[in-house]
Structure formats: C-alpha cells, structure tokens
Design a protein around this ligand. Structure first.
Ligand SMILES: [Zn+2]
Length: 104
C-alpha cells in the first residue's frame, strides 16, 4: 500500500461522508485537503465513493452500506464517519489507486 494514497484517503473520509450526506461543502474545502494540483482527481474519487454510501428515498436518507435509516443529514454523516470509517477509507484508497494508475 502506497502511504501517500493511504494518507490522502484518510484525509478525504469526512469530506466524502459530507457529500454522501448532502451536507453543503465550501468551494475551497477540497482544495484545502488535497491541494490544487490533485483537486480534480480527488473530486472524481469522492463523487464515485459518495454515490455508494447513501440513498435518498422519498426525500429521506439511508445508509447504502448497511441499509439503516432514515437519517437526517447530520445523523447520516455521524453514522458514516463512526460506523463505516474503515470501509470508506478502503473504498477511497481503491479509487485513488485507480486514478493514479490512469495518470501513470
Ligand atoms: Zn450504515
């Protein structure tokens, strides 16, 4: 495991959980986490992973990893970051590796 990828994945967990919970993120938030040069790549990775984390049904939020819910935005964020932290990190690592491979 490349340690750079592992560190980046760790840093992206909360941001990805926010996206999955439909919590508004600031425009420069991702740039602050990964730097301007990796921003575009990180955005792609985060969007892909966030898609697998949550589901909206009749305006209510559910966790796609364990089908629990419904949650409020904040409730889903806390659920994802507390119960699924390691899973989210692993998913981010896999997507980051795929992106890095595509660049090289
Ligand atoms: Zn869950």
């Amino acid at each position: 495991m490349d340690s750079g990828i592992s560190i980046t994945a760790e840093k992206l967990i909360d941001y990805t959980a926010k996206k999955a919970s439909f919590i508004t993120v600031k425009n420069d938030e991702l740039e602050k986490i990964v730097g301007i040069s990796s921003k575009q790549m990180a955005e792609k990775v985060v969007d892909r992973v966030a898609f697998w984390l949550s589901e909206k049904q009749n305006g209510l939020l559910y966790c796609k990893l364990c089908n629990r819910g419904p949650f409020t935005k904040k409730g889903l964020f806390l659920h994802l970051t507390r119960l699924h932290r390691q899973e989210i990190k692993t998913m981010l690592e896999e997507e980051l590796k795929r992106e890095v491979k595509a660049i090289l």
